[in-house]
Design a protein around this ligand. Structure first.
Ligand SMILES: [Zn+2]
Length: 306
């Protein structure tokens, strides 16, 4: 009996030790200061993307999703944030954002799309290009083992959200606003997090009864028969992978300068005025993130890639 207890205790200890790296990764992944649209932002973008897919592209997405996703792309759109600190995926960490020269308010792919060691294409614009071109291999069928296309789909869906979050294309010095401490109404936050999450959460609480489906319904109404319906075709206009990703990143840094950074000082309190004027920008970028990948995927489908 005594021996059994000790054996049991040993087994429990071994499981805890095995779990530690996972727990540590989870803690790091959810630590404040991380750079990513909130899960709400990603879910909204992915739901829009999936509803706009034509039958062919929808089937591809359905085939690539693991069974447990139950056909719902949005259920896995935050996965790249959850694994970015795991040893195997640590290389993906620089792919969530772009650092641009301080106060330049421009994006130049060859100048800005690299990691801290200067490795080319290691930024969110490079990731959008890379994972889109990986998905183009879908037509080769499952015999092409060079790429894990399920991962490529999840990465692309996620990074299309990130590249549209204006502060994900921010200045190097302040880490996309992460080091600009502010108060959001009464609590402490930072400028990056205001754009990742605070504006979305405040909008959900103030206008949508904390119901994400109501928020999504409004975005979809604006897209189908509202203020954005005439703009969708221009959102979809870009010629190739480089020009598409450059377009999204250029729009983001432009918005970051005009709406994100503009007039915000260290330690400032941001409240009603900032929220009311920036919320339409955030809503539009979430929607654009959902419309644009559709364009890329469907263009590829037309070309026979997928
Ligand atoms: Zn991210």
């Amino acid at each position: 009996m005594e021996v059994n207890h000790i054996e049991e205790l040993k087994r429990v200890m071994v499981s805890i030790v095995r779990l530690l790296p996972v727990l540590a990764a989870l803690v790091v992944a959810t630590a404040p200061g991380a750079r990513s649209w909130s899960k709400e932002g990603h879910i909204l973008t992915c739901r829009i993307a999936q509803t706009l897919l034509d039958d062919g592209a929808a089937e591809v997405v359905h085939n690539l999703l693991p069974d447990y996703a139950d056909g719902d792309l949005s259920s896995l759109c935050v996965w790249p944030d959850q694994i970015r600190h795991w040893y195997r995926f640590r290389w993906t960490s620089p792919l969530h954002f772009i650092d641009t020269p301080d106060s330049a308010c421009t994006f130049d792919y060859s100048r800005d799309c690299h990691d801290l060691n200067g490795a080319e294409d290691m930024c969110v614009a490079g990731a959008v290009r890379n994972f889109t071109s990986q998905l183009m291999h879908y037509h080769h069928g499952s015999s092409d083992r060079r790429y894990n296309l399920t991962e490529a789909l999840l990465f692309l869906s996620h990074f299309m959200g990130d590249i549209h979050q204006p502060m994900h294309v921010g200045f190097s010095d302040d880490k996309g606003g992460n080091s600009i401490q502010v108060r959001w109404f009464r609590h402490k936050s930072n400028l990056h997090h205001v754009w990742d999450r605070e504006i979305i959460l405040t909008a959900l609480a103030d206008y949508y009864d904390k119901n994400l489906d109501l928020f999504l319904g409004d975005l979809q109404k604006n897209l189908t028969k509202g203020i954005w319906s005439d703009d969708i075709s221009s959102w979809r206009t870009c010629d190739n992978l480089l020009s598409c990703s450059t377009k999204y990143a250029t729009e983001s840094i432009d918005l970051a300068c005009k709406w994100g950074y503009n007039g915000v000082t260290q330690g400032e309190t941001l409240a009603d005025e900032y929220f009311e004027s920036r919320m339409p920008v955030v809503m539009k970028r979430i929607a654009q993130g959902g419309v644009s990948p559709n364009n890329t995927i469907q263009n590829d489908a037309k070309k026979g890639y997928i």
